[in-house]
Ligand binder design. Structure first.
Ligand SMILES: Cc1cc2nc3c(=O)[nH]c(=O)nc-3n(C[C@H](O)[C@H](O)[C@H](O)COP(=O)(O)O)c2cc1C
Length: 364
């Protein structure tokens, strides 16, 4: 019996662990290696139609925290543990025409693994809606099982793309209308965590036909300045701009956002992302309602695996399986969402006395 098998948005996953859209899924070579290693699915690095030119310097740094004289830095030191990734990488610079034969070969080599194409175009006019349709149709025609709409890239100059549009319910609806009208596979929508309107944005996406919300993309953030050199830890010609924080440092924020959506729409699907390094983080996402788990930073950090988390996927599967066997669970559905009802309003948490009325005076 395969306890790890899950059905998510109607797709059969042999295990719920998926490599997120990022460098681990940027090429055919890496995706084939990831499937060989045992990942249940991959979301491709985001594919688009607009020009892409990355910064003239490192695109990603990995930051570590030390215990002795604690500080977070990318600098190599003894006895450190992973803290986060920080990146300002744009979407894939491989054009759609080159992606399509690769996707076809990947799917025919691993027909039982789930291949999700992440796509991104602009908004606000019919030409951009046609770009969404074109990208979705092309990927589905070569065998992709689902589409993930990237409405969350945190470092786009274009105001009609990525995280810049994820607060706009009309735009979310218009993109979903275009894509659901063009293809009939499940559509996952990756939203930005960086908004106070997340629950409404997710509601608009579900209402307009999204099969799942994927959450979180990286959090907008700045790299640190080294006090000695006065340089940013990553910069080009002394300049830097907002980039995305990922990895362990975002785990708690990601869980809170997944919980918000899961409690607002308990019957809807969520793919949980943000800081998963092992079974315990994955478990937490499932407990808050996620039925699928995506991983990026931890896979990139694994040495000797070409950045696709060969040891990581084995550990994730073994540890989840061992836990489920020990607890008598036959499917993650049996404990998915168990934390939901224990997340309450602040004032619903018991006080030492009855004198507290949510910050308001008690009427006499
Ligand atoms: C270098 C890098 C590039 C990324 N590129 C993309 C991308 O093209 N599309 C996308 O949807 N997310 C992208 N992401 C975000 C990841 O898919 C993921 O949402 C985020 O890193 C949080 O997961 P983690 O904590 O496991 O890293 C990227 C992340 C990193 C670190």
């Amino acid at each position: 019996m395969n306890r790890l098998a899950t059905t998510f948005t109607g797709l059969e996953f042999e295990n719920p662990f998926v490599l997120a859209s990022a460098p681990p899924t940027e090429s055919k070579r890496k995706i084939l290696r990831a499937f060989e290693a045992g990942w249940g699915g991959v979301v491709t690095k985001t594919i688009g139609l607009h020009p892409v030119e990355n910064v003239a310097g490192p695109r990603t740094i990995f930051q570590r925290a030390s215990d002795e004289k604690p500080y977070v830095s990318r600098s190599k030191r003894a006895d450190t543990v992973s803290h986060s990734s920080w990146n300002w990488e744009l979407i894939s610079d491989q054009p759609l025409d080159l992606w399509l034969p690769d996707l076809e070969e990947i799917k025919s080599t691993y027909p039982d693994r789930m291949l999700i194409a992440s796509i991104m175009a602009g908004a606000g006019n019919e030409e951009e809606m046609e770009n969404w349709r074109k990208l979705a149709r092309a990927c589905v025609n070569v065998g992709c099982d689902a589409i993930e709409l990237n409405l969350s890239c945190p470092h786009m100059d274009r105001k009609d793309m990525g995280a810049n549009i994820a607060n706009d319910e009309d735009i979310i609806r218009s993109i979903l209308k275009a894509v659901t009208g063009a293809v009939s596979v499940p559509i996952w929508v990756k939203l930005t965590p960086s908004t106070s309107a997340l629950v409404d944005a997710a509601g608009a996406a579900y209402d307009a036909g999204a099969s799942a919300i994927s959450l979180c993309n990286t959090f907008p953030s700045l790299p640190l300045i080294d006090p000695e050199t006065l340089k940013f830890e990553v910069e080009v010609d002394g300049l830097v701009t907002s980039g995305g924080l990922g990895g362990l440092a975002i785990l708690h924020q990601a869980l809170q956002r997944v919980s918000d959506i899961s409690r607002a729409y308990p019957d809807k699907a969520i793919s949980g992302i943000g800081g998963i390094r092992g079974f315990r983080e994955a478990f937490n996402f499932i407990a808050h309602g996620a039925g699928n788990l995506q991983v990026c930073t931890a896979a990139m950090e694994e040495k000797g695996s070409g950045g696709v988390g060969v040891k990581l996927i084995q550990e994730l599967k073994d540890d989840l399986n061992e836990y489920m066997e020990r607890k008598g669970y036959s499917s993650i559905e049996e404990f998915r969402g168990i934390a939901r009802e224990r997340i309450v309003e602040h004032s619903q948490v018991r006080r030492k006395s009855d004198a507290y009325n949510g910050g308001y005076e008690i009427a006499s």
